[in-house]
Ligand binder design. Sequence first.
Ligand SMILES: NC(=O)C1=CN([C@@H]2O[C@H](COP(=O)(O)OP(=O)(O)OC[C@H]3O[C@@H](n4cnc5c(N)ncnc54)[C@H](O)[C@@H]3O)[C@@H](O)[C@H]2O)C=CC1
Ligand SMILES: O=C(O)/C=C\C(=O)CC(=O)O
Length: 356
Amino acid sequence: MNPFDFVHETRPARVVFRPGAALTAPAEEARHLGLRRLLVLSGERGADTARAVADSLGDACAGLHTGARMHVPAEVADRGVEAARAAGADGCVAVGGGSAVGLGKAVALRTGLPLIAVPSTYAGSEMTPVWGLTEHGVKRTGRDPVVLPRSVVYDPELTLSLPVPLSVTSGINALAHAVEALYAPDGSPLVALMAEEGVRALAGALPEIAAAPESVPARSRALYGAWLCGACLGATTMGLHHKLCHVLGGTFGLPHAETHTVVLPYALAFNAPAAPEAAAAVARALGADDAPAALQELAGRLGAPRSLAELGLKEADLAVAAAQVAGQPYANPRPVTTDEALSVLRAAYEGGPVRQ
Ligand SMILES: NC(=O)C1=CN([C@@H]2O[C@H](COP(=O)(O)OP(=O)(O)OC[C@H]3O[C@@H](n4cnc5c(N)ncnc54)[C@H](O)[C@@H]3O)[C@@H](O)[C@H]2O)C=CC1
Ligand SMILES: O=C(O)/C=C\C(=O)CC(=O)O
């Protein structure tokens, strides 16, 4: 592949990165964007932080809606749109992880309302024009520039409360974006640079967070890595790994970050023979020889779940999931038959040592 044959579109999101910014920057960013009536969105568990952000907006706050849920069920999106319309909002501020940002994107998709994102996990959704919606047990994703947040406020202090297990799996969710961007058909040298640096930053930060969850420098480095990895996802097309996780999350209700963490080494091991340069870049960033094994070792050392069985998948679900994965067209460096999807899923279900 010629690395100097590409199209790269720089996404327009504006970024404020500062400890403590969550309670000051949203109001400044709203003024910058000319917004006067903002609906603040969060999940129920993140409501206290979202309320504090809502208070910090003063008169520019049009209300608080705490209905975000993982994988954005269609009825959750409907209620978010109704809340935005009822409040007469001219924009939204999503405060929380990928679920809150996902709800903000669903509202933006239907109403065109601009979104300010204040992420509190490392999922990276704030950097992408990718939306996701789940209906009748199937998760659909799409791309639309209207859902890309106009402004992103990264506040490492907001992530201090993210429990270590979720910090680890959420960080590996971000790593997955970089891994798949490295072998995506629409990558570029710039994406490769961001991906490798993103992996390096997160792989360095996650053990530091596990050792000292209150460390603002470690949290800052992880958020910086998540930004880079999210930007990689925003610039490229997802492959087998993300498709597997969307089916496992959307149809079988598996938790997003944990599922990414379990599946990633197996998906990369499957793709590595067809994408040796990508695997080498990941290995380089991890300071290892074998990228899939190093990813599995990192996750295991930090106490992450190891198998899909542990996450609640049933053995009988494997064949259904494999058929769904193989039945949809998506970009991947290696074609995937139903049997191959099944064998990747089975390996992840069992959670044994990854093999190429
Ligand atoms: N469209 C895109 O580009 C992307 C979308 N996503 C979507 O994001 C969702 C998953 O996002 P996640 O961030 O993994 O999960 P999440 O947003 O559901 O958060 C997981 C849990 O952690 C809690 N939490 C979040 N931040 C916290 C903090 N700082 N302190 C304490 N608790 C905190 C939440 O309340 C929730 O209970 C999925 O629906 C996924 O599809 C994820 C990545 C990219
Ligand atoms: O799987 C991911 O981490 C990335 C994209 C999505 O989750 C798509 C979405 O549901 O918003």
